[in-house]
Design a protein around this ligand. Structure first.
Ligand SMILES: Cc1ncc(COP(=O)(O)O)c(C=O)c1O
Length: 400
């Protein structure tokens, strides 16, 4: 009898975490690698947030907090939802976890039984299908094609819903494509959901503030109040305040759901760090003066990377509305041969070739459920980004 549980056979390690590990290994071995794989801003956490953590330590806030998070933090989150999204969530309707990742995990663990289906638009954030599977649910993929900006249509959503559908997962702006749904596009998806009163919506709004060209962010519970009672609105501080290591994410929704998620969390991590929670209060209650500066820097990098990739032979890259990722097509290099005689059969072969030949680390589209593409995170300095894009151009030019 194996010591390992059968649920392990349903999941795989996160491809993006795996790449981070591989890059560290290659760098340690002396290779010159530029990583375009990490899903985190290269900026430092703003000073006033760090200062709040130091002060919390000084006050001795080093003990257990309530499972869903401190009241001060949940009040700050409640105010954020009111101020930025026009949504009323009382502190009781809010749960804080160790990153957005744990909040999503808690939600699936608290709601899915074997055979329950979750509609997951592809390309998707790597962890959604595995988190659904570990909770014994079944992900049902709906392909957001490039011609539609990697977004799903109302007709596709309607066709994917069955009597077993429990959740529809939405993520806008998206990891991995950077694509974001306009208000009208989300409205049309909400209209489909109105026809299916038993289906819930999980909206991952992690990249809410990283949007370009005057794009207006919106979220389902605000667009369609009739969905409020069956929506879990997720957000976090990892991206917006460059706090990936602090592990603070939060969700808001109907009381019954939030209580169930808290129960799951009470039997696992209990809560995220008390110090991180104090820092999060500062992040949410003080002005986010850093944001316009960061977004302007990201936008400049987005324009640079899109332009340089579109000059690479065999690649084509759409300009995304938000986040800090691009999702270029590598259809034009499939079937070509590398200088040492290997045929590029798919996007996995292509990213392996980029890493081996030029030390440019990117993630294959297969990991996100849509090939032949790859994901670039452009949350690195302009100098490094230019270098990386030149490497990719060189690698493409060397194919025959
Ligand atoms: C779409 C999306 N959701 C959730 C997360 C989880 O973020 P964290 O757990 O760091 O808060 C990420 C991180 O990459 C993400 O890209």
């Amino acid at each position: 009898m194996s010591i390992l549980a059968s649920r392990l056979s349903r999941i795989k390690p996160s491809a993006t975490n795996a790449l981070t590990g591989k890059v560290a290994e290659l760098k340690a071995a002396g290779r010159d690698i530029i990583s375009l794989g990490a899903g985190e801003p290269d900026f430092d956490t703003p000073d006033h947030i760090k200062q709040a953590a130091i002060e919390a330590l000084g006050r001795g806030e080093t003990k257990y907090t309530p499972v869903p998070g401190t009241m001060a933090l949940r009040r700050a989150i409640s105010d954020k939802f009111k101020r930025e999204n026009g949504l009323d969530y009382s502190p009781d309707q809010i749960t804080v976890g160790c990153g957005g990742k744990q909040v999503i995990f808690n939600a699936f663990m608290a709601t899915l039984d074997a055979g329950d289906e979750v509609v997951v638009p592809a390309p998707y954030w790597v962890s959604y299908p595995d988190m659904v599977a570990v909770a014994h649910g079944t992900p049902v993929f709906v392909e957001g094609v490039e011609a539609n900006g990697f977004k799903i249509t109302p007709e596709q959503l309607e066709a994917a819903i069955t009597p077993r559908t429990k959740w529809v997962m939405l993520n806008s702006p998206s990891n991995p494509t950077g694509a974001a749904y306009s208000r009208a596009e989300l409205r049309a998806l909400c209209d489909v959901l109105l026809r299916h009163p038993d289906v819930w919506v999980m909206t991952d709004d992690m990249y809410e503030h990283i949007i370009y060209d005057g794009f207006e962010f919106s979220t389902p519970a605000e667009i369609e109040p009739a969905l409020y009672d069956r929506t879990l609105t997720l957000n976090g501080l990892s991206k917006v305040c460059s706090m990936t290591g602090w592990r603070v994410g939060y969700g808001a929704g109907p009381l019954e759901l939030i209580k169930a998620m808290n129960m799951i969390q009470s039997q696992s991590t209990t809560h995220t760090s008390s110090i991180s929670q104090a820092a999060a209060v500062a992040a949410l209650t003080q002005p986010m003066d850093h944001l316009p500066v960061w977004v302007a820097a990201f936008q400049e990098r987005r324009d640079l990377v899109v332009s340089m990739l579109n000059q690479a032979t065999g690649l084509s890259c759409r300009t995304p509305e938000g986040a800090f990722y691009v999702y270029p097509s590598c259809a034009g290099v499939i079937g070509k041969t590398t200088p040492d005689g290997k045929v590029i059969k798919d996007d996995t072969d292509f990213v392996t070739y980029l890493l081996e030949s030029e030390g440019a680390a990117v993630v294959q589209g297969a990991a996100f459920g849509l090939s032949p593409y790859f994901r670039i995170s452009y949350a690195i300095s302009t100098g490094q980004l230019t270098d990386a894009c030149e490497r990719i151009q060189r690698a493409c030019a060397a194919l025959s």
